[in-house]
Design a protein. Structure first.
Length: 162
């Protein structure tokens, strides 16, 4: 089972958009697919791409091969990811904390209890935080994700995004 974030709404039922969990897999495979390309794949293919693992180098190689096969069948172009290679360390716990401090400021960063819970998050969950903490995005989805993951500030206060 892949991680389905509630903040993505109906994305998982229709798979009309690329879920965050798949975006992580695409980043690791260093490949990019357009929204139109994603939608050109059959629902079964999109579902398979959601569920295929990328935990090891071998998994990742299989994922990329399967993705290329699906794309070829559907006549969809895949492009190399700009700025590759992507390293899993980009969303390790220390990187997540740093990204949250940059985005929310020191007062909006995680409290002690949330910092402890952060270590238990999956790689998919940490990736989602890093992606949604991007300064180009509004803070609403980041706040929703932090709440969904039980990482909201204990005192209920919200910092102004920086």
């Amino acid at each position: 089972m892949y991680r389905q974030f509630a903040l993505e709404g109906e994305v998982h039922a229709s798979l009309d958009c690329v879920p965050l969990s798949v975006r992580r897999k695409l980043d690791l495979a260093e490949l990019k697919i357009s929204l139109a390309g994603w939608q050109a794949l059959s629902r079964a293919e999109r579902l398979a791409l959601c569920h295929l693992p990328v935990d090891t180098d071998e998994d990742l190689a299989v994922y990329a091969e399967v993705l290329r096969g699906f794309a070829a069948r559907a006549a969809v172009d895949l492009t190399p990811l700009a700025g590759a290679p992507v390293r899993r360390s980009a969303w390790d716990p220390e990187s997540v904390v740093a990204r949250l401090r940059e985005r929310l400021g020191p007062d909006g960063a995680l409290d002690g209890a949330a910092l402890g819970r952060l270590a238990a998050l999956t790689e998919e969950e940490r990736y989602a935080i890093v992606k949604l903490a991007d300064p180009k995005r509004g803070p609403e989805k980041l706040r929703a994700l932090l709440g969904e993951l039980g990482l909201s500030r204990a005192d209920g206060s919200e910092a102004t995004p920086g």
